[in-house]
Design a binder for this molecule. Structure first.
Ligand SMILES: CSCC[C@H](NC=O)C(=O)N[C@@H](CO)C(=O)O
Length: 731
C-alpha cells in the first residue's frame, strides 16, 4: 500500500511555517549567585534564541531570562522571569563578571550612515555610548565565532574586542586637490599627502579575506577600551604575520591571551577548517612582550581559562589534512609554562564507547568549579553527548549516555551549573539546567527543563549500523562500520513510504540525532529520510576520518548506496520512489550516485555541489581540500600538475554525467566562496547538453549555506515540489 503524500503547495508551506516556529538556543549565561533575605540562593540564566521570521525575511534574535534557586549542588526551584524580548542591532553583548554592568556593541544606521557604538550599561542607566566609527581607531568590530570576542577585564575597567585594522584612505592620482594640500613623496613609496593622510595608487589593492562567511575580514587587531578614559587603543606587539582572535584577559589583567592564525604566504578559508596553522600567544598591554605559548606547528582554538586562573584548556589538531578530524584536548599551565595533552586522538571507538573529541569550539566556559574537570560536547557516532574529562587522569565519562535525546549541546557551565540545549529528530530544542556531580561521585546529573516543547509523536527515528561488504572494506583502515539515521512518519502496517537519501557534506562532518526542520516537514508530508554517516564521518574514530581522503567518489558513494539498498530490503519503502539530496560534498555524492547508479534515483537535489574538483581547485577559498580529498599531501607551494588534475577529474561527479537519467534540481548561492557557483553551472550545462531534465535556482546575496530565510524557505518548497513532480509523475 502506498502512503498518502501531501502534494498541495499551500499545505506544504503551512507545515513548513508551523514547524519553523520552534526557536533554537544560541547563547546562555549564568549570572552571579544572589542570596535572598531568607538565606536562599539563586542565579539568573540569560538566554538568547533565534527564530525565522518569514514576513521580515530575517532570523529574529530574542532573549528570555530564568531564575534558578539552588544550594550550589542541586536545583531547588526554577522558572522563567517575564516574557521574551527581541534584540535589535546588538552585535555583541556581555555582562561584567560581577553582573553589575553590561557592555554592548551595537550597529545603528543614523541618517543613512552605518555606525557602531560601544555601550556600557549599569543598573537601569546607559552610562556610556562610544561612537567607534567616529573614533576611527579601527574598522568594523568582528562579531563572528572565529575571531570575535567582547571580554571584560577582571577589574571591570577595560573591555577587549577584535576589529578590522584601520586602512589608510585612498584616492585616485587624478583627484583634483586644493592647492594647500600639496604633496611630499618619495620615489619608492606610494605618494602620501601630508594633511589628509590619504594614499594614492592603492585604491584598487586586493585584500585577501578569510574566505567563506568571513568576507571582508582581512586583518583583525586586538582593541582595548579604557572605560573611564573613553579611550580605545590597538594592542601593539602581535606578530605581523599573525591574525589574532578568540582573546581574553590574562589573570592579572596585565596582558591578553589570544589565538593567532598565520596568514603568510596566503590566507585559506577558516570556516569549518580548524586545521589552520595557529598558536596561543600572550601579549602584554604595553606591547613590549609577545610570547608564543604553544608549538606553532599545530592548529589550536577555543582557549578557556580555569576558574583558579592556573591553566588554559584548548583544542588542538594537526595542520592541513582532513579539515575536521579528531581533536586533542590540551592544557597550558600558566605557572610551569608547559603544554600537555589531556585527551589524545582516538583511532577507533573504545570499549566504553568513547570515540574521541570532534569539536572545533568549546562552550564559553567549560571548567568545573574545582578546576579539575572540563565538559566538552562531541559527536559520539550519530549522537552528540556531553563528556566530562578529568584533567589529572584523562578519564572521560559521558554525562548523557542512555538518554532519550540524540543531541546535547553545552551552552555554558558556571560554578558547576550547566545550561544545555537538547533535541532529537522528533523533539525540537529544549533548555535544561543541571549541576555537575561532585568529583568522583557516582551520581547522575539531574536535569531540570526550563523551556520545553512536545515530542512530535508522529515522527519515528532510529540509528542503523552498517558493516560494508568485504569487497568494499578499506585495506588500510579495515573493519570500519558506519551508521545512518532513519526518520519516518508513523504509518499503518504495510504502508510503503517514499524515501529521500541524504548524505552529509564535509565530507568530514556528521549527522547527529538533532532536530532537522526540513526532514521533519518531509516526514509530515509522508516521506522517510535516510541521513547517512558514511565512513569518513566525525565521531567514529580518527581511522574512519583518514579512510576517506583519496577515496572520495568511491568509498563514500558505495557506503551510501549500500545503506540505501540495505534499508530497502526491509520492504517498508517504495523502491521506485527513492530520491537523493545533498549540499556541498553531500551534493558531490548526490551527483555521483545518479551518475554511478543511473536508473536508481528518481529525483536529485544538489545545493552548491562540488562537481569537478579539477576546475574548482583554483577558485575555492580552500584549495587544500581539493588536494587532500583527491589523495595528495598539501603544502602551500603545492602546484597541481596534469596527473593531479587528471586524478581530481576522475574522482568527480562530472566524470559520470553522461550516464545520468535522473532529473536534477540545483540550488546555487551567488556569493558562495567555498564551492563557487560555476561548479553547479558546469553541471547544468553538461546535463542540458545531454537533455537531462535540470532546473537551476539562483540565490543572490547568499553564500555556501543558502541560509537566508527567503532562500532557505524557497529552496525547501522547490525541493519538495521537485520530489513530488518526479517521484509521483504518471508514466
Ligand atoms: C571545497 S568545498 C568542500 C565541501 C565542503 N567542505 C567544507 O566546507 C562541505 O561539504 N561543506 C558542508 C559543511 O561541512 C556543507 O554542508 O556546506
Amino acid at each position: 500500500m502506498e502512503a498518502p503524500v501531501v502534494t498541495n503547495p499551500e499545505e506544504i508551506a503551512r507545515l513548513y511555517r508551523e514547524l519553523s516556529l520552534f526557536p533554537s538556543l544560541t547563547r546562555a549565561d549564568v549570572g552571579p549567585v544572589i542570596t535572598s533575605q531568607y538565606g536562599g540562593k539563586y542565579s539568573n540564566i540569560y538566554t538568547e534564541w533565534s527564530q525565522r521570521d518569514f514576513d521580515r525575511n530575517e532570523n529574529v534574535k530574542f532573549c528570555r531570562q530564568y531564575i534558578v534557586f539552588h544550594d550550589d549542588a542541586s536545583v531547588v526551584f526554577s522558572g522563567a522571569c517575564g516574557n521574551c524580548s527581541e534584540i535589535k542591532g546588538e552585535v555583541l553583548g556581555k555582562d561584567s563578571p560581577s553582573g553589575e554592568m553590561k557592555a554592548v556593541v551595537r550597529d545603528c544606521t543614523i541618517k543613512g550612515e552605518d555606525k557602531q557604538y560601544l555601550e556600557i550599561w549599569s543598573k537601569n542607566i546607559k552610562m556610556k555610548s562610544i561612537n567607534l566609527t567616529a573614533l576611527k581607531k579601527h574598522g568594523k568590530v568582528y562579531e563572528d565565532e572565529q575571531f570575535g570576542c567582547l571580554v571584560w577585564s577582571h577589574s571591570e575597567t577595560h573591555l577587549l574586542y577584535v576589529a578590522e585594522k584601520k586602512r589608510p584612505k585612498t584616492e585616485s592620482f587624478f583627484q583634483t586637490e586644493s592647492p594647500e594640500l600639496s604633496s611630499i613623496g618619495d620615489e619608492d613609496e606610494p605618494l602620501r599627502l601630508e594633511k589628509k593622510d590619504t594614499v594614492k595608487g592603492e585604491q584598487f589593492n586586493f585584500y585577501e579575506d578569510w574566505g567563506e562567511a568571513l568576507v571582508s575580514k582581512n586583518r583583525p587587531v586586538l582593541c582595548v577600551l579604557d572605560i573611564e578614559g573613553d579611550n580605545v587603543s590597538i594592542l601593539e606587539g602581535v606578530p605581523e604575520d599573525v591574525s589574532p582572535g578568540q582573546a581574553f584577559w590574562a589573570p592579572d589583567d596585565t596582558g591578553v591571551v589570544f589565538v593567532g592564525w598565520w596568514h603568510e604566504p596566503f590566507r585559506l578559508g577558516l570556516k569549518y577548517c580548524p586545521n589552520r596553522r595557529s598558536s596561543l600567544f600572550y601579549v602584554d598591554l604595553i606591547g613590549e612582550k609577545c610570547e608564543q605559548l604553544t608549538s606553532g606547528s599545530t592548529a589550536v582554538c577555543s582557549p578557556r581559562l580555569s576558574p583558579d586562573n592556573c591553566r588554559i584548556a584548548y583544542l588542538e589538531c594537526s595542520v592541513y589534512g582532513p579539515h575536521m578530524q579528531c581533536s586533542k584536548l590540551c592544557m597550558y599551565d600558566l605557572y610551569t609554562k608547559k603544554t600537555s595533552v589531556i585527551v589524545d586522538i582516538v583511532k577507533r571507538p573504545k570499549e566504553d564507547g568513547f570515540a574521541g573529541i570532534y569539536s572545533s569550539q568549546l562552550s564559553p566556559q567549560c571548567w568545573s568549579a574545582d578546576s579539575q574537570r572540563i565538559i566538552v560536547a562531541s559527536p559520539q557516532k550519530s549522537r552528540k553527548e556531553l563528556l566530562m574529562v578529568d584533567i589529572n587522569s584523562g578519564l572521560v565519562t559521558s554525562l548523557t549516555s542512555n538518554s532519550d535525546a540524540g543531541n546535547w549541546c553545552l551552552m555554558n557551565i558556571v560554578r558547576d551549573l550547566m545550561v544545555v540545549s537538547c533535541s532529537s529528530p522528533n523533539h525540537p530544542p529544549r533548555l535544561r539546567v543541571g549541576f555537575l556531580p561532585a568529583k568522583d561521585s557516582e551520581e547522575k546529573v539531574s536535569w531540570i527543563t526550563l523551556e520545553d516543547c512536545d515530542v512530535l509523536e508522529d515522527i519515528d527515528w532510529k540509528i542503523l549500523t552498517f558493516t560494508p561488504p568485504l569487497e568494499q572494506d578499506n585495506s588500510q583502515y579495515s573493519g570500519l562500520d558506519f551508521e545512518a539515521l532513519l526518520l519516518k512518519p508513523k504509518v499503518k502496517e504495510g504502508v510503503k513510504l517514499p524515501l529521500i537519501v541524504v548524505p552529509h557534506g564535509g565530507p568530514h562532518s556528521v549527522f547527529v540525532a538533532d532536530w532537522f526542520l526540513s526532514c521533519s516537514v518531509m516526514c509530515r508530508m509522508g516521506f522517510a529520510s535516510l541521513l547517512v554517516n558514511y565512513r569518513g564521518s566525525l565521531g567514529f574514530g580518527q581511522d574512519s576520518v583518514l579512510s576517506l581522503p583519496g577515496n572520495v567518489g568511491t568509498q563514500d558513494v558505495k557506503d551510501v548506496q549500500f545503506a540505501v539498498e540495505s534499508v530497502l530490503q526491509s520492504g517498508d519503502f517504495e523502491n521506485e520512489k527513492v530520491a537523493v539530496s545533498g549540499g556541498s560534498h553531500g551534493g558531490f555524492l548526490a551527483c555521483h550516485l545518479i551518475g554511478q547508479y543511473p536508473a536508481f534515483y528518481k529525483a536529485c537535489v544538489a545545493r552548491n555541489p562540488v562537481i569537478n574538483i579539477a576546475s574548482m581547485v583554483g577558485s575555492t577559498d580552500i584549495p587544500d581540500w581539493c588536494i587532500v580529498e583527491a589523495g595528495f599531501d598539501y603544502s602551500t607551494n603545492f602546484l597541481p600538475d596534469s596527473a593531479v588534475l587528471e586524478r581530481m577529474l576522475s574522482v568527480s561527479p562530472i566524470k559520470h554525467v553522461s550516464k545520468v537519467q535522473t532529473p536534477v534540481l540545483l540550488t546555487l548561492g551567488e556569493e558562495d566562496k567555498r564551492v563557487p557557483n560555476k561548479q553547479g553551472i558546469e553541471y547544468y550545462r553538461a546535463l542540458k547538453a545531454k537533455q537531462v531534465s535540470v532546473r537551476l535556482l539562483w540565490y543572490p546575496g547568499n553564500n555556501h549555506s543558502l541560509s537566508k530565510v527567503d532562500a532557505e524557505s524557497d529552496g525547501f518548497m522547490n525541493i519538495a515540489l521537485w520530489l513530488i513532480q518526479h517521484l509521483f509523475k504518471q508514466s
